[in-house]
Design a protein around this ligand. Structure first.
Ligand code: F6R
Length: 240
């Protein structure tokens, strides 16, 4: 794992966008694995600027998102579908047909998981962007998830629902389930870029750096992948 420590969130966002940008310039038809949440927002803003300045294009890029809440329509303000369109897709020259997110609303979620998983297995993600949960989750792979899991429906922990309630009017509105890439899908990416910012991520980053590989701490699975870059700001690095 290569660790890049930067001063603050702004520097993290620039550094992350530089890495994604370099890939898109060298491989215009790259396949990206993307994350939602607060952490990558600044990176997406930088990529939008780079696209506006014609430094790079998304025209031939394909994207696959990590996860999506169940039981929310795609049109819901807090769906990850909406998040990705508002933060990236609506502002760059990507083609909608090349955008893929789990479809986690509907009667046959097992079938929809299998379909998303099949789509993932038919491609090779060049770069998978990840955030990290306070409990070490990546995607929505919560502590205890087998590393062998592929796309599945997860019951979100109360910790994760609490962490995410800032996006909703109340805790009751936070969905209880999500569809997520499994750890096996994540590890299949050629390269992984994990971003962490802020003091609330410092314990998780400490565990990631110094802890053992264990299903109790999902992000530790990344230690078995040969090509991982972790970008952290000073606050997230404060317990190292
Ligand atoms: C988002 C995702 C999650 C987040 C994590 C950190 O698609 O899969 O694992 O990356 O919960 O979220 P933030 O960045 O909001 O702290």
């Amino acid at each position: 794992m290569q660790i890049i420590k930067v001063k603050n969130y702004e520097a993290l966002s620039q550094e992350a966008a530089k890495i994604v940008g370099k890939l898109l310039i060298s491989k215009p038809d790259a396949i990206l694995g993307l994350a939602t949440g607060s952490t990558p927002v600044g990176m997406y803003q930088n990529l939008v600027k780079m696209n506006e300045n014609h430094e790079l294009s998304f025209k031939a890029v394909k994207t696959y998102n990590l996860d999506e809440y169940c039981d929310l329509p795609r049109s819901h303000a807090q769906s990850y579908y909406t998040f990705m369109h508002e933060n990236l897709f609506n502002h760059v020259d990507i083609l909608e047909k090349n955008v893929h997110l789990p479809h986690a609303e509907g009667a046959d979620l097992a079938k929809q998981c299998a379909e998303y998983n099949k789509a993932l297995n038919n491609v090779k993600i060049d770069l998978q962007v990840l955030g990290i949960g306070g409990n070490g989750h990546i995607g929505f792979n919560e502590p205890g998830t087998p590393f062998s899991n592929e796309t599945f429906i997860v019951e979100l922990t109360e910790k994760t629902r609490e962490d995410n309630k800032r996006f909703f009017a109340s805790l009751e509105e936070v969905p209880h389930r999500a569809m997520t890439m499994g750890i096996k899908n994540i590890l299949a990416a050629k390269k992984i870029l994990l971003l962490a910012s802020g003091k609330n991520k410092a314990p998780a980053i400490k565990e990631l750096v110094f802890g053992n590989v264990s299903e109790k701490f999902p992000a530790s699975a990344l230690k078995d992948h040969g090509n991982v870059i972790v970008i952290i700001d000073e606050d997230a690095a404060s317990l190292l």
